[in-house]
Design a protein around this ligand. Structure first.
Ligand SMILES: C[S@@+](CC[C@H](N)C(=O)[O-])C[C@H]1O[C@@H](n2cnc3c(N)ncnc32)[C@H](O)[C@@H]1O
Length: 274
């Protein structure tokens, strides 16, 4: 059997078929096109059929290859963690810029709440060596993946298993979180996401705002006077979260930012400089 025979498989979309071939033969799409006449082994064919079956069932390719890209870097992922999203790269980019603007070159304490695969904390650590980063998650399995990624990227984040920031007594200059923010009964969630990604990473209670409320409620206890808080948020949550913030941190500047689809996606809460 040759690659060109696999390309004729009509039981799967062309895109997914090429993903399956590329994964099994370790080839890019152009390589697949150039090597159509290449013979494949029985073993490779067996592996190909397995990958096709998983893709047909709607399993995301990242959970099959066990890798995902974030900020141009490769991360290990499995079904215990959310697949890194492109939107979250903007969150990291913005925080990095805000830090440089506000703090110059000081050593800073950073907390990432709900770290999952560790992408936010690890990327920030790689971008800025002056950060002492702590990252928490309630899922022991997710933290195992974050530790694995930390080893791959040779960073220095302190990972802690806890509920949000319970039992953490430090004060932080920067607090970041991309918490679960989907409404419990949301009709907008994609079938493949719902079926495959960890529920604990997706749902933020009845109105999706549960974790923002919980994080903000006692945030002053772990926040330095001069600070930045950065959240990734759901598509209609900007004004609602702004209202909660204003009650707790009335003097702070609040910036709501939209994503490429013009949906609310980020909120930055910044203390005014004295
Ligand atoms: C939307 S995912 C974000 C993961 C990662 N930070 C990212 O941006 O890809 C939310 C994360 O919050 C974690 N989480 C859920 N409830 C939590 C809680 N009470 N305390 C700490 N982490 C929690 C989940 O396990 C999940 O890893």
């Amino acid at each position: 059997m040759k690659i060109k025979d696999l390309l004729e498989n009509k039981n799967i979309t062309e895109d997914k078929n090429k993903l399956a071939i590329g994964q099994v033969l370790n080839m890019s799409n152009p390589e697949i096109s150039i090597n159509k006449e290449k013979e494949i082994t029985k073993d490779e064919y067996k592996k190909y059929k397995k990958v096709v079956k998983k893709l047909q069932k709607g399993l995301p390719i990242q959970y099959i290859t066990k890798e995902a890209y974030f900020y141009n870097d490769k991360y290990y992922v499995n079904k215990d963690v959310l697949i890194p999203r492109l939107e979250t790269e903007t969150l990291v980019d913005d925080i990095n810029k805000l830090i440089k603007n506000k703090f110059k070159n000081q050593n800073l304490n950073v907390l990432d709440i709900g770290t999952g695969s560790g992408i936010i904390a690890i990327t920030l650590n790689k971008l800025n060596k002056n950060l002492n980063i702590t990252a928490t998650d309630i899922s022991k399995k997710a933290l195992k993946i974050a530790e694995k990624n930390q080893k791959i990227h040779n960073t220095n984040v302190k990972f802690i298993k806890t509920n949000l920031y319970q039992d953490i007594n430090n004060k932080f200059d920067i607090i970041i979180s991309n918490p679960p923010y989907i409404e419990e009964k949301s009709q907008h969630i994609e079938k493949e996401v719902l079926k495959n990604e960890p529920k604990i990473a997706l749902f933020g209670g009845k109105d999706g705002l549960k974790y923002y409320r919980e994080i903000l409620k006692n945030i002053k206890a772990i926040l330095k006077e001069n600070h930045i808080i950065a959240f990734e948020i759901g598509e209609n949550q900007g004004k609602k979260i702004e209202k909660i913030v204003k009650e707790i941190l009335p003097k702070d500047e609040i910036i709501i930012k939209k994503d490429y689809n013009n949906f609310d996606r980020y909120i930055y809460i910044i203390s005014k400089d004295n």
